[in-house]
Design a protein around this ligand. Structure first.
Ligand code: PMP
Length: 434
């Protein structure tokens, strides 16, 4: 697989004719930013403005953003922008001074977690939160072995990238990482039992190689493995297995957290488990870089005694003011409940379309995280045609899964009935042409 094929929906140079100005920009971009970046879509998208669920190009054309989970309360939400600007114009400083807002926010956010998870540390990115979780897990367990799913993504640091098999051959080698298959997505099998058995097999391999377990890291909606949401609770036996072996369970909530699944504020809660640590990021600042790790006090105690933690920008005053505004909006606008309702309506519409189609064989997900499994002779190519076809209809989504054959639909949580209507009209048309 070439490096571009390793990411579903990556732009492949030369495949589409770009406008002269975009072509020139692309050339300068490649020259200045180098070879490691990827763009989305056959014809790259060039937005200049965002509002709510809509992104606008230079000509003022509106595109429905059905993909961006960062702008969870909607692009450029005025209250978020105002809170960010107000704090930035007053004071931006770090966690080595006493500040009210970080403590107020920490207490407020922690109240949405089970009581055991009562401490929080701030970072700038989800990668840093996972990297920190790994360091803490190693100190707590005195182990180094990590279990992740086969197409997981956990971030960009050396440690987090090694825990990200979805990077393909580019993932740094690390003999402490043990990969297990993602959930099967098949309704007729015992998903919980299969997943537990896979964790135990990895634990046996670790033992055989003399490696002590540190943690099982799971993105609780399996965003890059292909989106596996059901049956609820299927993670529980696997979590029990890692704990029985002396390891910890880290829930990576960078994607499923902050009301995304509609059913619970945090994805792990759908599985009836209480993690030892929870990482979060992306939607937390609606675009401002702010992320965090929530921890059980007994898990962090040794780490805190052995070392200090200071992250220059993590938890800075403006980051916290921004995150506070996002967190207030999620609750005041009832986004958990709204996400549940519109997510249900969305899947019902998709199921209606799927009935008469030989293109879709499964619809998975919860709330506004939806995976549509594409079938046929070359599902990857079909998925790509659908994603690019939708882009032509001014609807933005992408693809997921190791084979790039799952439509990944994950709009801002303020996605409403009008947006759904726009989406389904475009989707029907694209599906007919496929
Ligand atoms: N974990 C998951 C599940 C993610 O999706 C991502 C980002 N795509 C990360 C971790 C890393 O977050 P960041 O890009 O903020 O470092």
């Amino acid at each position: 697989m070439s490096q571009d094929q390793s990411m579903a929906n990556a732009f492949v140079p030369g495949k589409a004719v770009l406008s002269p100005t975009d072509e020139a920009l692309l050339k300068r971009r490649t020259r200045a930013l180098g070879p490691a970046y990827r763009l989305f879509y056959e014809e790259p998208f060039h937005p200049v403005r965002g509002e709510g669920v809509w992104l606008y190009d230079q000509e003022g054309n509106a595109y429905l953003d059905a993909y961006n989970n960062v702008a969870c309360v909607g692009h450029c939400h005025p209250r978020v922008v105002e809170a960010m600007a107000a704090q930035a114009s007053l004071l931006t400083t770090h966690t080595r001074y006493l500040q009210n807002n970080i403590v107020d926010f920490a207490e407020d956010l922690l109240s949405s977690f089970p009581g055991e998870l009562s401490q929080i540390m701030f970072t700038c990115t989800g990668s840093e939160a996972n990297d920190l979780a790994l360091r803490i897990a190693q100190v707590k367990t005195k182990g180094t072995g990590i279990i992740v799913t086969e197409n997981a993504y956990h971030g960009v640091t050396l440690a987090a990238a090694a825990m990200s098999p979805s990077l393909g051959a580019g993932a740094p080698k690390n003999e402490n990482i043990f990969k297990i298959p993602a959930p099967t997505g098949r309704k007729e099998v015992d998903e919980a039992e299969i997943f537990r058995a896979n964790v135990e097999k990895a634990l046996d391999e670790m033992a055989a190689r003399g490696i002590r377990p540190a943690a099982l890291f799971i993105d609780t909606i399996f965003s890059s493995d292909g989106i596996f949401s059901h049956p609820k609770g299927f993670l529980k036996p696997a979590v029990e297995a890692i704990r029985a072996a002396g390891g910890l369970f880290v829930a990576d909530e960078v994607q499923p957290g902050f009301a995304r699944t509609g059913e619970e504020m945090w994805g792990f809660a759908r599985h009836g488990v209480v993690p030892d640590m929870v990482s979060m990021g992306k939607p937390m600042g609606n675009g401002y870089p702010v992320a965090a790790l929530v921890i059980r006090p007994d898990v962090i105690a040794d780490f805190g005694n052995q070392t200090r933690y200071f992250n220059t920008f993590g938890g800075n005053t403006t980051a916290i003011a921004t995150a506070t505004a996002v967190w207030s909006i999620i609750r005041e606008e009832g986004l958990l409940q709204k996400t549940l309702q519109i997510g249900k309506a969305f899947r019902a519409e998709l199921e209606g379309v799927a009935k008469g189609s030989d293109v879709i064989c499964d619809i998975r997900g919860s709330g506004l995280f939806i995976g549509v499994q594409i079938t046929g002779e070359d599902p990857r190519a079909r998925t790509s045609r659908l994603v690019n076809g939708l882009k032509k209809k001014r609807i933005l989504i992408s693809a997921s899964g190791p084979d790039g054959d799952v439509l990944k639909i994950r709009p801002p949580l303020v996605f409403d009935a009008r947006a759904l209507d726009f989406f389904m009209t475009g989707f029907d048309e694209v599906l007919k042409d496929i």
